[in-house]
Design a protein around this ligand. Sequence first.
Ligand SMILES: [Zn+2]
Length: 221
Amino acid sequence: MRLIITGPPAAGKGSIAPFLAKEYGILPISTGQMFREEIKKQTPLGLKLKVILDRGELVSDNLTNQMVEARLKKEDVKNGFLLDGYPRSINQAEFLDKFLAERNEKLDYVISLYLEEEIIIKRIVGRRICPKCGKLYNIYFTKPKFDEVCDLDGTALIKRSDDTEQIARQRIKIYEKQTAPLIEYYKQKGILISSYSGHKKVEDTFDLIKKQVIADDHNKI
Ligand SMILES: [Zn+2]
């Protein structure tokens, strides 16, 4: 199975990815994580990436495509993969299609997560972390027993400085603008699965995706 997962900030991509990976026996590949690893290892590519990202610029299609191509040629993704963070543009999507076609492979599904903007905002703005043990909380959904204090060690919780409503709304807008053409691209290819991901439990979202995949597979037969 070859999948792509996409969705706005706080849509739960990172939480759903392991479920999908396990269900279909495929490897999750996040381009963001790949960038960070190259930088950490200080490879020639990593040094180039660091300059670009430090300037706050976007990594070019060309560089991203090259990196993804090299990754997808490895043996461990022979049976499939779950791409997160790629493609980000039509250029990248076309590159991926061409790359797969040359290998007689194709994408099975593009999973597009959606949820109410107000839930996204609460997930982001309500996010708290314990600086001592790293436990995550959300003051709207997974409150600590006592306000703003870690259940495990009593440490005062902290909030990331960019977890504000204004920044969150801006990120949602950027996502919509960037992703809308891609959604249309995959819809026309008939491989788009839109799935609501505003559930409290990640398992509910996963079940919904699985049902749609099964239903579609039956239609194909
Ligand atoms: Zn703690």
